[in-house]
Design a protein around this ligand. Structure first.
Ligand code: M6R
Length: 612
């Protein structure tokens, strides 16, 4: 998705803006640009492709300035061209924008009738012209922006500068993330705090509808024209968290960080084999009341929710529904009393999940229906965390690779902790089961470490996928969502078409696809479905399919002709999906590297999908 960086300082901000944009590259983009104010002039440079292209152009021309805005664009309205790249300029105004202005066509018609010339196909350009136009009635840039925003429909975050206001930067947050980085004698804005970590660890998190004016030494935030206070919060993430270290890609680093990330996530909740007394304590009354759970999420986070459904129902007998947020938000679902609505999201900013949450809250309030809301999230300061009654953080550290890995497995660990908690509050979890699961949770990082030892074997297998065009992933029970997740990973980073299926569905359709060109990945933990899964493997082999099996070391599944096996260490059945995620991540990673794709920033995808 698009990214914004801006700054106002005594020093030149060019390098800070470029470094900020580089740190936003992981979000996905197709062009980049920057505008600086220098001697009452706007110096603008835009380039299609990587930030490196922009950096080269900026350095060749020695562009400098003490105030500036910069942007990475992920094309929505208009192709990825230089003209469509941000910042957009109208007269003395320059604007960067994340999000979508839904009524831009109507505004564009009006502005064209007034004589404004459009040089791009973007929705953003209307904002630049509207602010320029509003400045005919006021000398204040802030007032002009305040006049314009009520006219904009949609979701947006903005950064705006003006040549005659060479000491101020105006920013707006309305439905799209925006933070202010607080420096000493300098201030910054960004759509993602990671971009600003080299310059500050102190942030002001704007709320929806906030408009802020930044100078070098002041930050003023306004809502409906009134000054409001927003606290400054200190972040403990370190700059080094956002570097690849010894790894070739962020994705690989993040795969290897999973043992530690899971350890961190469970340590916040467990004391030995018991839950810490203060773990989600404030939610006890709500958890006691709930009769069922509704999970809302997208992509990989949705797959985590699918696994939690098995756990909620089998372990503690609490009915659980899971739905993709983009469907849930538009289908007017019945809001049921005493339901716990759980959003699962790595970023906490995914537009569909956030909208589904807000819609649910709105309708529950309007109809006086008692519900509770909760977020499972990797970003403590995210919108979802702030807008739900309760939250549980996955302590995975920043996840930069577009393909979600450690965020997924820590979501699973967090969900299991939540289920234990609700099971205890509702007295539905036997002591023996609590001990079994908590012991297994503590053991999980070690089993993942042992599984990572198979990296070379998985790399060897991946060579057999490079020339393939299609692939099937099969699993049963909690490994059906892992099959979906494996297929999602492979398609998003290697661009091989892949489908995940519940193995029992094979003969209801997908078996027709199986021939000797079709690799079939099997997830075979040692559970009560193993014999049935072995029958499914026979069905594939009988049709000439080539099997790639991640099988429990005690499953009895061995290598044979057209059956490749990687033995996964024995693991407690409940937690097996966490461990079996790892080989499918490694497989996708190696196939993608061998195919030469951009692993961390696959084409057309964004890390955080903050627009619809
Ligand atoms: O930040 P979220 O967890 O809400 O993001 C949801 C999906 O966009 C995300 O999981 C996506 O599917 C990943 N790229 C998959 O690897």
């Amino acid at each position: 998705m698009c990214g914004i960086v801006g700054g106002v300082a005594e020093r030149c901000v060019t390098e800070i803006l470029i470094e900020g944009l580089k740190r936003l590259e992981y979000r996905g983009y197709d062009s980049a640009g920057l505008a600086l104010l220098n001697k009452e002039q706007i110096l603008r440079e835009r380039r299609v492709g990587k930030v490196a292209n922009l950096a080269e152009a900026v350095s060749e021309q020695h562009l400098t300035g003490n105030i500036g805005i910069a942007h990475t664009r992920w094309a929505t309205h208009g192709k990825p061209t230089e003209n469509n790249a941000h910042p957009h300029v109208s007269g003395n105004v320059a604007v960067v924008h994340n999000g979508i202005i839904e009524n831009y066509q109507e505004l564009k018609d009006e502005l064209q009738a007034l004589g404004y010339i459009f040089t791009s196909q973007t929705d953003t350009e209307v904002v630049a012209h509207l602010v320029n136009d509003a400045l005919k009635q006021t000398d204040s840039l802030l007032e002009a922006v305040q006049k314009v925003t009520p006219r904009l429909k949609g979701a947006y975050a903005l950064g705006i500068i003006h040549t005659e206001h060479a000491d101020e930067l105006i920013t707006v947050r309305e439905g799209s993330p925006l933070v202010i980085g607080v420096g000493i004698g300098e201030n910054f804005i960004s759509s993602d705090q990671l971009a600003l970590l080299p310059v500050t660890n102190r942030f002001v998190y704007l709320e929806e509808g906030d408009i802020a004016r930044l100078t070098r030494t002041s930050i003023e935030v306004f809502v409906n024209g009134e000054r409001v206070d927003r606290p400054v919060k200190e972040l403990d993430a370190t700059v080094s968290n956002a570097s690849k270290g010894e790894y070739k890609h962020f994705m690989l680093k993040e795969i290897y960080e999973q043992p530690e990330a899971i350890q961190q996530t469970i340590s916040q909740a467990l004391n030995g084999n018991n839950l810490r007394e203060d773990f989600l304590q404030h939610a006890n009354a709500d958890f006691n009341k709930i009769q069922q759970v509704q999970i809302i999420a997208c992509g990989t986070s949705y797959h985590a929710g699918m696994i939690a459904k098995y756990w909620f129902e089998q372990l503690i007998g609490v009915p659980c529904q899971v739905e993709i947020a983009s469907e849930f938000r538009y289908r007017t679902p019945v809001i049921v009393e005493n339901t716990l609505y759980i959003c699962i999201s790595q970023s906490g900013e995914t537009a569909d999940t956030l909208a589904a949450l807000r819609e649910t809250q709105k309708r529950a309030k309007a109809n006086n229906i008692n519900i509770s809301t909760m977020t499972i999230c990797n970003v403590a300061t995210s919108s979802m965390v702030r807008e739900t009654d309760h939250h549980l953080l996955t302590l995975a550290g920043p996840e930069i690779g577009v393909a979600s890995t450690k965020a997924f497995t820590t979501q699973l660990a967090a969900l299991m902790l939540l289920i234990i908690k609700i099971g205890q509050v509702k007295q539905r979890l036997a002591a023996a089961q609590l001990t079994e699961i908590t012991e297994a949770l503590w053991h999980c990082p070690k089993v993942i470490l042992d599984t990572l030892q198979h990296n070379t074997a998985i790399l060897r297998l991946s060579a057999l996928f490079v020339e393939k065009n299609h692939c099937l992933f099969l699993g049963r029970g909690t490994h059906f969502p892992i099959a979906l997740e494996g297929a999602l990973k492979l398609k998003e980073i290697s661009y091989i078409h892949a489908e995940g299926y519940a193995a029992g569905e094979l003969k209801h359709g997908p078996l027709a696809l199986v021939d000797n060109e079709m690799p079939v990945v099997i997830l075979a933990p040692n559970d009560e479905m193993l014999d049935k899964l072995k029958s499914n493997m026979e069905e594939v082999q009988a049709r000439g399919g080539e099997l790639f099996v991640f099988a429990d070391e005690n499953s009895g599944i061995q290598e044979k002709d057209r059956q490749h096996v990687v033995h996964i260490p024995a693991v407690n059945e409940w937690l097996a999906p966490i461990v079996y995620s790892v080989p499918v991540q490694l497989l996708s990673y190696h196939v993608a590297v061998l195919r030469g794709t951009d692993v961390d920033q696959p084409r057309n995808l964004a890390k955080s999908v903050t627009v619809e």
